[in-house]
Write a protein that binds this ligand. Structure first.
Ligand code: GDP
Length: 198
C-alpha cells in the first residue's frame, strides 16, 4: 500500500443539493484526507477539455452541459491507495449498479448526474490534479496521527506536548513513523494512566 493523491470532484447535482459535507464525511471516514480544495464554476469549454477523452462518446455534450450547469467542488485527496479507495467509496458509474453505501448509490440521480468523480489511474490522477491545482495549492502536510483514547487520559500539559511532537514529526503515510507514534503514545498512556484515577 502506498500513499497516493487523487482528484475528486463533487459534481453539480450534489453541490446543488447541499451534499458536499456529507460526501466529504464519507471520504474522510474511510481514511482519505483533503489536501487541496476549491469550489468553482466551469465553462462548457473547460468541462469539455477536462473530459476530452470522452469527446467522441454520445453522452459528451450532455456531460459538458451538466458539468458546467452549477458549481463543483474539486479536491485533492491523499491516503493509502487513494485512487482505488476513492473509486470504491464512489461506486460504479451507473448508480443502479453501484454497491450499497457508496456515494453514487446513496446520492446519484442518473448516469450523468452521478454526484462524484475520481481519477482512475496514477497517470490520470497526476494530469487531473494539475488541470485544477498548482503545486502551491496542495498541502504538503497531513493531520497528526489521532491519539484518541490515550489522549483523553493524558494530563493537559503532557497532551499538548504530545500533540506538538506529533505535528512536528508527522510524515504522511510513513509506516515507521506511525509505528513509532503508536508505541510512544501507548507508552505514555501506560506510564500516566495509573496515576489518573478519579
Ligand atoms: P467514471 O470514471 O465512473 O466517472 O466514468 P467515465 O470516466 O467512464 O465517464 C465520465 C462520466 O461521464 C461519468 O461519471 C458519467 O457522468 C458520464 N457517463 C459515462 N458513461 C455514460 C453513459 O453511458 N451515459 C451517460 N449519460 N453518461 C455517461
Amino acid at each position: 500500500m502506498s500513499v497516493e493523491k487523487t482528484l475528486s470532484i463533487i459534481k453539480p447535482d450534489a453541490v446543488k443539493r447541499d451534499l458536499t459535507g456529507k460526501i466529504i464525511a464519507m471520504l474522510e471516514e474511510k481514511g482519505l484526507r483533503v489536501v487541496a480544495q476549491k469550489k468553482i464554476l466551469l465553462s462548457k469549454e473547460q468541462a469539455g477539455s477536462f473530459y476530452a477523452v470522452h469527446r467522441e462518446r454520445p453522452f459528451f455534450d450532455e456531460l459538458c452541459e451538466f458539468m458546467s450547469s452549477g458549481p463543483i467542488v474539486v479536491q485533492v485527496l491523499q491516503g493509502n491507495s487513494a485512487i482505488e479507495l476513492n473509486r470504491e467509496i464512489m461506486g460504479a458509474t451507473n448508480p443502479e449498479q453501484a454497491e450499497a453505501g457508496t456515494i453514487r448509490k446513496v446520492f446519484a440521480l442518473s448516469m450523468t448526474e452521478n454526484s462524484a468523480h475520481g481519477s482512475d489511474s496514477p497517470e490520470t490522477a497526476r494530469e487531473e490534479i494539475s488541470f485544477f491545482f498548482s503545486g502551491l495549492e496542495i498541502l504538503q502536510f497531513c493531520h497528526p496521527i489521532r491519539v484518541s483514547v490515550n489522549n483523553t487520559f493524558l494530563p493537559f500539559p503532557l497532551r499538548n506536548s504530545l500533540k506538538t511532537l506529533l505535528y512536528k514529526r508527522c510524515s504522511c503515510g510513513s509506516k515507521s513513523s506511525s509505528i513509532f507514534f503508536a508505541v510512544l503514545s501507548s507508552a505514555i498512556f501506560i506510564i500516566t494512566c495509573p496515576s489518573m484515577g478519579p
